[in-house]
Write a protein that binds this ligand. Structure first.
Ligand code: ADP
Length: 633
């Protein structure tokens, strides 16, 4: 089934192509940009909330470990003041004799052992060490002048001396707690306890905790990572550096700064610090970030800082960001695929609807055409019926005409027939009278001859009447005829006229079987030969040529005479019914009309030629029964 392409209403190119092109050009970069954007947002949100959660957890850890540091430090604060109660110490400060010194040395040694401190010693108001727990050691403080130490200067003024520093004698770091010893409201000396806080560092390391304690100068004095120790967490001015060097607080250690790559203040006492990868502090290749939480330690000017690494959090945030980006890409892909599929389905539906519409139209047209065709078929059938009816009527009319023509011919011929019959009848009368006389005379041989002649005459008369009967009989369209027999019969019918005209007949044709009723062929030939005889009445030497030939499955017989011919005006009306040039009762004008219609009824034809030599030639063509049977006479 063919469809009308005009039914598919496509969108105009300007509307259909451009948005598609724009979509294809801009959609992928847009999706990628959104993917990156959403991925970054996912990363940021994850990191933000991760840091918040770490911060809450870190605050608890910070509090816990800061308290532990505070309790470790405060453990020794009472110890120097205890020496105020010891009378041997007062005596030594009042009278620094070797005996008093030895007594105090031994006392301090015992006290130091019990308190697990690093060293305990007593100084006079000038800052000289009068007695010490490590009096037995080679690097004993005994006799040393430590008046330059800040803790001594504070204590001698009656203030508590808190000091973290590196020992000037043995270079050992320690926490110094100093107390001014009073007697009667007057400071007579200073008691100092030195403690080691490294145990805390070891505890942090065991707990895998990253933490440090920075002192009032911002110098890290305790750190879980030894590399950070004695680094400054705040920038130090040259003046401060010089002052610290003079006090020998940190011995001769270089006080480098612990400078992060990036520092981001998150809240009060909370920072995000990033240290470089190549830093000596970190072993990883990546830059390392920490959440740094700081809290001041009570009773000291120190700060405790807890560092929480952010790598895991960062890695997790990156994963979350990637997950968000991938999820978005997947959703975008699914949406695009769904949209494309929706469009394909819509296009298919539209095409199907168009096809359905085209089919419906086609079917409507087919139905209309079928109805038209049926109507015209009915009309044609009606016309065929009418035509058959007309043909039937025509045939009947033709038959009637033929019959009428025959009767007319018989009427025409009646004079000659009467003449034909009267002649033998007169001869018969004479012969029969003579025969009676010859019998009476006994001339039997003459009588016998006469009787034979009478017989011949009777036969001839019988033939004449038989011809007339067969001529008058109705024929039909079908049947076969012998041309020779038909010519003989026609000449027999017209023999009276033929003889009286002294016609010279030329026969030059075969004896084919032609497809026409024998009687009808005879009738045609009677008409043609009769007309020729009429036309040759004035001709002193009338001649008639009957010439035949086979041509294209038909047999063509030419009936040519040397009569007066036909004038130009008469030629136009020759085959019209009742056209005649013959005077009075002689012509009816039906002969040629009937002959032509009889020939046509069997598939043949009757035509006329006008030879230049004069006369007229009628050409009768009739279909052969079997063309091969034609034989020359
Ligand atoms: P009818 O013989 O009764 O006149 P036809 O139909 O047979 O009717 O002939 C029509 C006319 O054709 C004749 O009147 C005659 O004038 C002309 N005609 C027919 N045959 C010949 C012929 N062989 N030679 C000259 N004229 C002819």
């Amino acid at each position: 089934m063919k469809c009308d392409p005009s039914l598919y209403r496509a969108a105009p190119p300007s509307l259909a192509v451009k948005p598609r092109l724009i979509r294809h050009l801009f959609l992928p970069p847009l999706v990628i940009a959104l993917m990156i954007g959403l991925g970054y947002i996912g990363f940021w949100v994850s990191e933000h909330y991760g840091i918040r959660s770490l911060s809450e957890n870190g605050q608890r850890q910070l509090e816990l470990h800061a308290r532990a540091v505070e309790s470790e430090i405060s453990k020794y604060t009472y110890l120097p003041s205890l020496l105020e109660l010891e009378s041997s110490v007062s005596k030594l400060l009042a009278d620094p004799s070797p005996e008093h010194r030895q007594t105090v040395n031994e006392y301090l040694e015992g006290l130091n052992r019990r308190s697990r401190s690093r060293a305990i010693y007593v100084m006079d108001t000038t800052g000289r060490v009068m007695a010490t727990s490590n009096w037995r050691d080679v690097d004993s403080y005994l006799g040393e002048d430590l008046s330059f130490r800040a803790y001594f200067q504070n204590a001698v003024r009656g203030q508590p001396g808190r000091f973290y520093g590196i020992g000037s004698t043995n270079g050992e770091p320690g926490y110094y707690l100093a107390h001014g010893l009073e007697e009667h409201g007057k400071i007579i000396g200073v008691a100092v306890v030195k403690v080691r806080l490294e145990a805390m560092e070891e505890r942090w390391q065991r707990a895998r905790l990253e933490a440090f304690v920075s002192d009032e100068n911002g110098i890290i004095i305790l750190s879980s990572d030894p590399a950070r120790r004695l680094k400054s967490v705040v920038p130090l001015s040259d003046e401060t550096k010089e002052k610290l060097a003079r006090s020998l607080q940190y011995y001769w250690f270089p006080l480098n700064e612990l400078q992060p790559l990036a520092r981001e203040q998150l809240a009060e006492g909370e920072e995000k610090l990033t240290f470089p990868a190549n830093s000596e502090l970190v072993s990883d290749e990546e830059n390392i970030s920490y959440l740094s939480q700081t809290r001041p330690l009570s009773d000291t000017p120190w700060n405790f800082t807890l560092l929480t690494p952010l790598q895991d959090l960062r890695r997790e945030a990156i994963n979350q960001g990637i997950l968000v980006a991938v999820a978005f890409a997947l959703v975008a892909f699914l949406l695009i695929a769904w949209n494309e599929r929706r469009k394909v389905i819509a296009t298919r539906l539209a095409a199907r609807e168009a096809l359905q519409e085209a089919n419906n139209q086609l079917e409507r047209r087919i139905t209309e055409r079928t109805t038209d065709l049926r109507a015209s078929n009915e009309r044609l059938k009606g016309q065929i019926r009418e035509r058959r009816l007309a043909e039937e009527t025509l045939r009947r009319a033709q038959d009637e005409l033929v019959q009428a023509g025959k009767l007319a011919a018989i009427g025409q011929m009646s004079t000659s027939i009467a003449h034909e019959l009267n002649q033998p009848l007169a001869a018969l009368r004479t012969l029969s009278g003579n025969t009676v006389r010859f019998l009476e005379r006994g001339q039997l041989d003459v009588a016998s001859t006469n009787l034979k002649t009478i017989n011949e005459l009777i036969d001839r008369m019988g033939r004449i009447t038989a011809s007339l009967r067969s001529f008058a009989r109705r024929g039909d369209d079908k049947g076969q005829a012998s041309l020779c027999k038909a010519v003989d019969a026609a000449l027999q019918l017209l023999c009276g006229r033929v003889e009286s005209a002294h016609l010279q007949l030329h026969r030059d044709f075969a004896d084919p079987q032609v497809q026409i009723d024998q009687t009808r062929l005879e009738q045609i030939l009677v008409n043609l030969i009769g007309n020729a005889l009429d036309a040759m009445q004035a001709q002193p030497l009338p001649e008639l040529w009957l010439e035949g030939e086979e041509f294209n499955g038909k047999y063509r017989l030419r009936v040519r005479d040397n009569g007066h011919g036909i004038d130009a005006e008469a030629r136009k009306h020759l085959f019209e019914p009742f056209f005649t040039t013959k005077p009075g009762e002689q012509g009816l004008g039906l002969g040629l009309t009937l002959s032509a219609s009889l020939a046509a009824a069997t598939g043949g034809h009757l035509g006329v030629e006008h030879p230049a030599s004069g006369g007229t030639t009628f050409v009768l063509s009739l279909p052969l029964v079997s063309p091969t049977h034609a034989e020359p006479i």
